[in-house]
Design a protein around this ligand. Structure first.
Ligand code: PNW
Length: 446
């Protein structure tokens, strides 16, 4: 048995970008500072019973105050690129109107600090923290909210514009649909299948409007969607399993990919929802042209495969992580990257999330030992390497996450970071995986 640090001897392309990712509500804290309004995640986390241990993002990793130290840690790791998100309620407390300068200033300081350290900023406009005032007028069920998002995007572009070379629009529309409106374990905590796919449409519309808003500024910066994709496999070879798997793939992947890259929702999903669905009824002339406005890149997030049964249910085939929804299957990374390139042409790709939660503890000697994360990242990077060798135009890779953070309904118990955060003291400690990743970046190889 070799140590997880043992090198496989796989070198990456000369200009490959090594990165890590976070999102605003999960790390910033400072929930009431500098004019920030409330988001649906403030409401949700403060509703008893919604988040494990009653945790909230009120303080989180206190990144809003500690961003300079965090920037230094990114530099210590040697990151080429850092993906973060902008909190809409910091920019528009009520989701509309004149942008809040103090909110914009925070992101300007962050972006400047990245440039000073030679790290390329990659900013997500929306990572689930919808202003509560917009939820109060219907949230993403309301078509108007897509237009509010376009206004917000315009304000952000006007202020930060060319200082951010890569913009991502909506983080994982599918997770909002599935966890926010089907499962109900994410904000806004609804179980409303009819509404869910109308929400999907309005999120896609918001994406397209933001792409158009960036183009209208004449900016050279690039923009694209951030989609979590799940390779779907038949669980066995029983009759009907192929068809069931194809439809499942429609809901997981093609609903989002086809609308953006082919200008049409997949016919099988539309047929399955029926002509009277709120989605079918909510599509207006011209919407798909907006949604399919040409993008500059596609951000892919991969965590787990899905195994589909003939009845349309799902089952497990591989060991799961401490996140019960995650099966560890590095091959799925290769499959999803090559599939996207095969089916959607050679749009440049970036991986904006990939990672593993582990039950990390800070030892008495001040170290954090997380060999499972090293193995996970190494095996997934080997699959990434093979996909590149087979012609996938991949530019960069971001670990989820830079540091431990508020893992949504799981609170602070699930630790996803390369950097350990001792939340009571806010002390940061580089985990064993962070030291390993620093070596990978320095060598440009695993
Ligand atoms: C992503 N799934 O969410 C999010 O973008 C992050 O904010 C989050 O912290 C991270 O992954 C870890 O969960 C996901 O069910 C939620 O496959 C669910 C799934 C995947 C990603």
């Amino acid at each position: 048995r070799t140590s997880p640090e043992a090198r496989l001897g796989l070198r990456f392309p000369e200009r490959f970008g090594w990165g890590a990712a976070t999102s605003a509500y999960q790390i910033e804290g400072a929930a009431k500072e500098d004019g920030r309004g409330e988001s649906v995640w403030d409401t949700f986390s403060h509703t008893p019973g919604r988040v494990r241990n009653g945790d909230t993002g009120d303080t989180a990793a206190d990144h809003y105050h500690r961003y300079l130290g965090d920037l230094d840690l990114m530099q210590e790791l040697g990151l080429d690129t850092y993906r973060f998100s902008i909190s809409w309620p910091r920019i528009q407390a009520d989701g509309t109107g004149t942008p809040n300068q103090r909110g914009l200033d925070f992101y300007r300081r962050l972006v400047d600090g990245l440039h000073q350290r030679g790290i390329a900023p990659m900013a997500t406009l929306f990572h689930w923290d919808l202003p509560q005032s917009l939820q109060d007028i219907g949230g993403w069920e309301s078509r108007d909210v897509a237009y509010r998002f376009a206004d917000y995007a315009e304000a952000v572009f006007a202020a930060l514009g060319d200082t951010v070379p890569v913009w991502l629009t909506i983080n994982e529309p599918k997770t909002v649909v599935q966890n926010g409106y089907l499962g109900g374990h994410h904000a806004p905590g609804l179980r409303d299948p009819a509404a869910a796919y109308l929400v999907a449409h309005h999120l896609q519309l918001a994406h397209g409007l933001a792409v158009q808003a960036l183009r209208a500024t004449g900016s050279d910066s690039r923009i694209g969607p951030a989609l979590n994709l799940h390779p779907c496999y038949p669980a066995d070879d029983s009759p009907g399993v192929e068809e069931a798997t194809r439809l499942y793939d429609g809901y997981e992947n093609r609903l989002y990919l086809d609308s953006i890259f082919k200008g049409a929702y997949p016919a099988d999903v539309l047929a399955d929802l029926g002509p009277d669905s709120r989605l079918a009824q909510g599509i207006r002339d011209g919407d798909l042209a907006i949604i399919s406005a040409p993008v500059d890149l596609l951000a892919v997030q991969y965590y787990t495969p899905i195994y589909v049964t003939a009845g349309g249910g799902i089952t497990r085939k591989w060991p799961t992580s401490v996140a019960s929804w995650q099966q560890i299957f590095p091959e799925g990374m290769y499959d999803i990257l090559t599939r996207v390139t095969r089916d959607y042409g050679d749009v440049p790709l970036t991986i904006t999330e990939n990672g593993l939660p582990t039950p990390d503890v800070l030892a008495a000697d001040g170290t954090v030992d997380d060999p499972a994360r090293i193995e996970f990242l190494r095996d997934h990077l080997a699959a990434v390497h093979r996909a590149i060798a087979d012609g996938v135009p991949l530019e960069s890779y971001h670990v989820w996450s830079l540091m431990d953070n508020f893992e949504w309904n799981e609170g602070y118990e699930q630790r996803w970071g390369l950097i350990y955060v001792d939340f009571p003291t806010q002390r940061r400690v580089l985990k064993r995986s962070a030291h390993w990743y620093r070596g990978v970046i320095a060598d440009n190889a695993i």
